[in-house]
Design a protein around this ligand. Sequence first.
Ligand code: URA
Length: 245
Amino acid sequence: MRADKLIAASGMGSRKEIKELFRKKRVMVDGKIMTDPSIHVDPEKSCVEVDGKKIGYKPYIYLMMNKPAGYISATEDDYTQTVIDLLPQEYMHYAPSPVGRLDKDTEGLLLLTNDGELAHRLLSPKKLVPKVYQAVVAHGVSENDILAFRKGIYIKEDDFTTMPGDLKVVKDDTHPLCEVKIFEGKFHQVKRMFEKTGNKVLYLERVCFAGLELDKNLKRGEFRELNLKEEQKIKSIGDMKNEKS
Ligand code: URA
Protein backbone atom coordinates (compact mmCIF):
# COMPACT_ATOMS: atom_id res chain seq x y z
CA MET A 1 0.00 0.00 0.00
CA ARG A 2 1.00 3.65 -0.36
CA ALA A 3 3.22 4.90 2.46
CA ASP A 4 1.11 8.03 2.99
CA LYS A 5 -2.03 5.86 3.37
CA LEU A 6 -0.34 3.66 5.93
CA ILE A 7 0.76 6.70 7.94
CA ALA A 8 -2.74 8.20 7.68
CA ALA A 9 -4.23 4.93 9.00
CA SER A 10 -2.20 5.34 12.19
CA GLY A 11 -3.89 8.70 12.85
CA MET A 12 -0.92 10.96 12.14
CA GLY A 13 -2.95 13.67 10.44
CA SER A 14 -4.63 14.57 7.18
CA ARG A 15 -3.28 13.51 3.78
CA LYS A 16 -2.01 17.09 3.35
CA GLU A 17 -0.19 17.07 6.70
CA ILE A 18 1.34 13.70 5.86
CA LYS A 19 2.55 14.99 2.50
CA GLU A 20 4.28 17.72 4.45
CA LEU A 21 6.05 15.12 6.62
CA PHE A 22 7.54 13.62 3.46
CA ARG A 23 8.53 17.03 2.13
CA LYS A 24 10.32 17.82 5.37
CA LYS A 25 12.23 14.52 5.17
CA ARG A 26 10.71 13.21 8.39
CA VAL A 27 9.69 9.86 6.92
CA MET A 28 11.99 6.85 6.64
CA VAL A 29 11.25 3.52 5.00
CA ASP A 30 13.62 0.68 5.85
CA GLY A 31 16.21 3.16 7.09
CA LYS A 32 16.09 5.49 4.06
CA ILE A 33 14.58 8.98 3.98
CA MET A 34 11.63 9.08 1.56
CA THR A 35 10.24 12.23 -0.01
CA ASP A 36 7.65 10.63 -2.30
CA PRO A 37 4.33 10.02 -0.44
CA SER A 38 3.12 7.66 -3.18
CA ILE A 39 5.90 5.14 -2.63
CA HIS A 40 4.57 1.63 -2.00
CA VAL A 41 5.41 -0.28 1.16
CA ASP A 42 4.53 -3.70 2.54
CA PRO A 43 2.38 -3.03 5.65
CA GLU A 44 3.56 -6.31 7.23
CA LYS A 45 7.28 -6.15 6.41
CA SER A 46 8.42 -2.59 5.69
CA CYS A 47 9.76 -0.50 8.57
CA VAL A 48 8.05 2.89 8.23
CA GLU A 49 9.18 5.58 10.68
CA VAL A 50 8.15 9.19 11.29
CA ASP A 51 10.68 11.21 13.27
CA GLY A 52 12.33 7.90 14.18
CA LYS A 53 9.12 6.43 15.61
CA LYS A 54 7.90 3.19 14.03
CA ILE A 55 4.39 3.33 12.56
CA GLY A 56 2.30 0.21 13.12
CA TYR A 57 -0.43 -0.51 10.62
CA LYS A 58 -3.81 -1.15 12.17
CA PRO A 59 -6.72 -1.49 9.75
CA TYR A 60 -9.41 -2.05 12.39
CA ILE A 61 -10.44 -0.26 15.53
CA TYR A 62 -12.57 -1.67 18.37
CA LEU A 63 -13.89 0.80 20.92
CA MET A 64 -15.90 0.33 24.09
CA MET A 65 -18.00 3.38 24.93
CA ASN A 66 -20.01 4.19 28.02
CA LYS A 67 -22.88 5.78 26.12
CA PRO A 68 -24.63 8.65 27.89
CA ALA A 69 -28.32 9.43 27.47
CA GLY A 70 -29.14 12.05 24.83
CA TYR A 71 -27.04 10.59 22.00
CA ILE A 72 -28.32 8.39 19.22
CA SER A 73 -26.54 5.23 18.05
CA ALA A 74 -25.86 6.36 14.49
CA THR A 75 -22.94 7.81 12.56
CA GLU A 76 -24.71 11.02 11.56
CA ASP A 77 -27.96 12.84 12.08
CA ASP A 78 -29.22 16.29 11.07
CA TYR A 79 -30.88 17.06 14.40
CA THR A 80 -29.42 15.02 17.25
CA GLN A 81 -25.92 14.37 18.55
CA THR A 82 -24.65 10.92 17.70
CA VAL A 83 -22.24 8.67 19.60
CA ILE A 84 -19.65 9.46 16.91
CA ASP A 85 -19.67 13.09 18.11
CA LEU A 86 -18.14 11.80 21.36
CA LEU A 87 -15.00 10.55 19.58
CA PRO A 88 -11.98 12.78 18.96
CA GLN A 89 -10.90 13.66 15.44
CA GLU A 90 -7.95 11.25 15.49
CA TYR A 91 -10.38 8.27 15.27
CA MET A 92 -12.38 9.61 12.32
CA HIS A 93 -10.17 8.17 9.62
CA TYR A 94 -11.15 4.68 10.83
CA ALA A 95 -14.84 5.53 10.19
CA PRO A 96 -16.15 3.56 13.18
CA SER A 97 -19.86 2.70 13.49
CA PRO A 98 -21.88 1.54 16.48
CA VAL A 99 -22.53 -2.21 16.56
CA GLY A 100 -26.31 -2.28 16.94
CA ARG A 101 -28.31 0.35 18.76
CA LEU A 102 -29.07 1.59 22.19
CA ASP A 103 -32.07 3.91 22.46
CA LYS A 104 -31.37 7.63 22.85
CA ASP A 105 -32.20 7.45 26.57
CA THR A 106 -30.33 4.16 27.20
CA GLU A 107 -26.86 4.34 28.70
CA GLY A 108 -23.95 1.93 28.98
CA LEU A 109 -21.85 -0.40 26.90
CA LEU A 110 -21.76 0.33 23.19
CA LEU A 111 -19.20 -1.23 20.89
CA LEU A 112 -17.95 0.77 17.91
CA THR A 113 -15.84 -0.62 15.10
CA ASN A 114 -14.99 -0.35 11.42
CA ASP A 115 -14.76 -4.14 11.20
CA GLY A 116 -17.98 -4.64 9.25
CA GLU A 117 -17.67 -8.40 9.04
CA LEU A 118 -17.40 -8.74 12.83
CA ALA A 119 -20.25 -6.28 13.37
CA HIS A 120 -22.41 -8.35 11.05
CA ARG A 121 -21.67 -11.51 13.03
CA LEU A 122 -22.32 -9.82 16.38
CA LEU A 123 -25.69 -8.61 15.12
CA SER A 124 -26.74 -11.91 13.59
CA PRO A 125 -29.69 -13.39 15.54
CA LYS A 126 -28.20 -16.84 14.83
CA LYS A 127 -25.15 -16.10 16.97
CA LEU A 128 -27.17 -15.73 20.18
CA VAL A 129 -24.97 -12.86 21.35
CA PRO A 130 -25.68 -12.22 25.05
CA LYS A 131 -26.64 -8.75 26.27
CA VAL A 132 -27.16 -7.85 29.91
CA TYR A 133 -29.15 -4.79 30.97
CA GLN A 134 -29.85 -3.19 34.31
CA ALA A 135 -33.32 -1.68 34.42
CA VAL A 136 -35.07 0.41 37.03
CA VAL A 137 -38.77 -0.33 36.66
CA ALA A 138 -41.91 1.40 37.87
CA HIS A 139 -43.58 -1.52 39.68
CA GLY A 140 -42.78 -4.69 41.59
CA VAL A 141 -41.70 -7.80 39.65
CA SER A 142 -43.54 -11.07 40.35
CA GLU A 143 -42.54 -14.73 39.94
CA ASN A 144 -45.00 -14.79 37.01
CA ASP A 145 -43.08 -11.97 35.30
CA ILE A 146 -39.83 -13.90 35.73
CA LEU A 147 -41.48 -16.99 34.22
CA ALA A 148 -42.93 -14.96 31.35
CA PHE A 149 -39.44 -13.62 30.47
CA ARG A 150 -38.08 -17.18 30.69
CA LYS A 151 -40.78 -18.49 28.36
CA GLY A 152 -40.48 -15.67 25.82
CA ILE A 153 -42.91 -12.78 25.52
CA TYR A 154 -45.37 -12.34 22.67
CA ILE A 155 -45.17 -8.86 21.13
CA LYS A 156 -48.52 -8.51 19.39
CA GLU A 157 -47.74 -5.34 17.38
CA ASP A 158 -44.90 -7.12 15.56
CA ASP A 159 -46.37 -10.61 15.84
CA PHE A 160 -43.29 -12.25 17.28
CA THR A 161 -42.33 -14.01 20.48
CA THR A 162 -39.04 -13.06 22.05
CA MET A 163 -36.45 -15.70 22.79
CA PRO A 164 -36.29 -16.74 26.44
CA GLY A 165 -34.70 -14.08 28.62
CA ASP A 166 -33.44 -14.10 32.16
CA LEU A 167 -35.01 -11.63 34.60
CA LYS A 168 -33.67 -11.11 38.14
CA VAL A 169 -34.52 -8.57 40.79
CA VAL A 170 -31.25 -7.11 42.06
CA LYS A 171 -32.74 -4.65 44.54
CA ASP A 172 -36.37 -4.74 45.52
CA ASP A 173 -37.52 -1.19 46.10
CA THR A 174 -40.42 1.13 45.25
CA HIS A 175 -38.83 1.12 41.81
CA PRO A 176 -37.00 -2.23 41.69
CA LEU A 177 -33.58 -2.57 40.07
CA CYS A 178 -33.60 -5.58 37.73
CA GLU A 179 -31.10 -7.40 35.59
CA VAL A 180 -32.20 -8.76 32.22
CA LYS A 181 -30.19 -11.07 30.00
CA ILE A 182 -31.35 -11.51 26.41
CA PHE A 183 -29.86 -13.02 23.27
CA GLU A 184 -31.43 -10.89 20.56
CA GLY A 185 -31.78 -7.18 19.97
CA LYS A 186 -35.18 -6.23 18.62
CA PHE A 187 -36.32 -2.58 18.66
CA HIS A 188 -36.99 -1.41 22.26
CA GLN A 189 -36.86 -5.06 23.27
CA VAL A 190 -36.30 -4.74 27.02
CA LYS A 191 -38.78 -1.88 27.36
CA ARG A 192 -41.40 -3.81 25.42
CA MET A 193 -40.86 -7.03 27.39
CA PHE A 194 -41.52 -5.16 30.64
CA GLU A 195 -44.46 -3.32 29.07
CA LYS A 196 -46.11 -6.63 28.21
CA THR A 197 -45.91 -7.66 31.87
CA GLY A 198 -47.68 -4.42 32.86
CA ASN A 199 -44.49 -2.70 33.97
CA LYS A 200 -42.49 0.28 32.68
CA VAL A 201 -38.75 0.85 32.32
CA LEU A 202 -37.75 4.11 33.99
CA TYR A 203 -34.02 3.77 33.37
CA LEU A 204 -31.98 1.37 31.23
CA GLU A 205 -28.27 0.66 31.11
CA ARG A 206 -26.41 -2.06 29.22
CA VAL A 207 -23.68 -3.59 31.35
CA CYS A 208 -22.52 -6.53 29.17
CA PHE A 209 -22.39 -7.18 25.45
CA ALA A 210 -20.95 -10.22 23.66
CA GLY A 211 -19.01 -11.30 26.74
CA LEU A 212 -17.58 -7.81 27.36
CA GLU A 213 -18.27 -6.05 30.62
CA LEU A 214 -18.68 -2.30 30.80
CA ASP A 215 -15.42 -0.89 32.17
CA LYS A 216 -16.32 0.79 35.46
CA ASN A 217 -13.47 3.27 34.99
CA LEU A 218 -15.20 4.74 31.94
CA LYS A 219 -17.36 7.70 32.84
CA ARG A 220 -20.47 8.41 30.77
CA GLY A 221 -19.39 9.63 27.35
CA GLU A 222 -15.91 8.14 27.67
CA PHE A 223 -14.48 5.34 25.56
CA ARG A 224 -11.35 3.26 25.23
CA GLU A 225 -9.89 0.78 22.78
CA LEU A 226 -10.51 -2.88 23.60
CA ASN A 227 -7.51 -4.77 24.93
CA LEU A 228 -6.29 -7.85 23.06
CA LYS A 229 -8.15 -10.29 25.34
CA GLU A 230 -11.43 -8.43 24.81
CA GLU A 231 -10.84 -8.28 21.06
CA GLN A 232 -10.26 -12.04 20.96
CA LYS A 233 -13.39 -12.61 23.02
CA ILE A 234 -15.73 -10.78 20.66
CA LYS A 235 -14.08 -12.37 17.64
CA SER A 236 -14.70 -15.84 19.08
CA ILE A 237 -18.46 -15.12 19.00
CA GLY A 238 -18.42 -16.31 15.38
CA ASP A 239 -17.65 -19.85 16.53
CA MET A 240 -20.10 -22.37 15.13
CA LYS A 241 -20.83 -23.69 18.63
CA ASN A 242 -22.59 -20.45 19.51
CA GLU A 243 -24.87 -20.75 16.56
CA LYS A 244 -28.58 -21.50 16.76
CA SER A 245 -29.49 -24.35 14.40
N1 URA B 1 -33.88 -2.67 24.85
C1 URA B 1 -34.48 -1.47 24.86
O1 URA B 1 -35.68 -1.37 25.10
N2 URA B 1 -33.74 -0.38 24.62
C2 URA B 1 -32.40 -0.41 24.39
O2 URA B 1 -31.78 0.63 24.20
C3 URA B 1 -31.78 -1.67 24.38
C4 URA B 1 -32.55 -2.78 24.61
